[in-house]
Design a protein around this ligand. Structure first.
Ligand SMILES: [Zn+2]
Ligand SMILES: [Zn+2]
Length: 179
């Protein structure tokens, strides 16, 4: 965990309040005291974490069979989620972590049902697109789709082995900077 600076921390608290406010109206959470989620400390992941967008860390020694909100040490979110353009996806990610915090540790079918009951506007590609935005900083290659003009930043060549996520066209390599 990295320490959130003042601006990031203010954004985390706003996000927290927004998500808890929405959860209070969700049928899935009518029997849970979602207000207690506000007690959980929030932090940010290291900026170079590209695969994890959020993580719930349990206190050392917590009983994994009876987890509650009070067993959570901290929830860390990727700092780039706090940018305005990722606001909707950030809320979805924090809701995901709050499901863990309420005691659902595994990503099983119940977890996925709770997750998909989130009423916010969210696209199935938000997660992959967010990962791409994080990868862009270190990209050496762009995998280009000639059909829909989308490009996917990557460290390695794709060698025409990958298809566009949107239209399934085979992606073409384009070098970003000399290796
Ligand atoms: Zn999870
Ligand atoms: Zn395409």
């Amino acid at each position: 965990m990295a320490k959130a600076n003042g601006i990031a921390y203010a954004a985390l608290l706003q996000l927290r309040d927004d998500v808890i406010h929405i959860m209070k109206d969700m049928p899935a959470w009518q029997n849970e005291d979602v207000e207690t989620l506000a007690e959980i400390p929030l932090g940010v992941l290291r900026r170079n974490a590209t695969q994890r967008h959020g993580v719930t860390r349990w206190k050392r020694g917590a009983n994994l069979n009876t987890l509650t909100v009070f067993d959570v040490e901290v929830i860390d979110l990727h700092p780039s989620l706090l940018l305005d353009e990722w606001k909707a996806y950030a809320a979805f990610v924090l809701h995901h972590e709050y499901i863990h915090a309420l005691g659902w540790r595994a990503h099983d079918s119940i977890f996925r049902a709770l997750e998909s009951s989130w009423p916010g506007t969210i696209n199935v590609l938000d997660g992959p697109n967010f990962t791409d935005s994080l990868r862009l900083a270190n990209a050496k290659w762009l995998w280009i789709c000639k059909t829909c003009d989308k490009s996917y930043p990557r460290q390695k060549r794709g060698n025409r082995n990958y298809k566009c996520r949107h239209c399934s066209t085979i992606l073409i390599d384009q070098r970003v900077q000399p290796e």
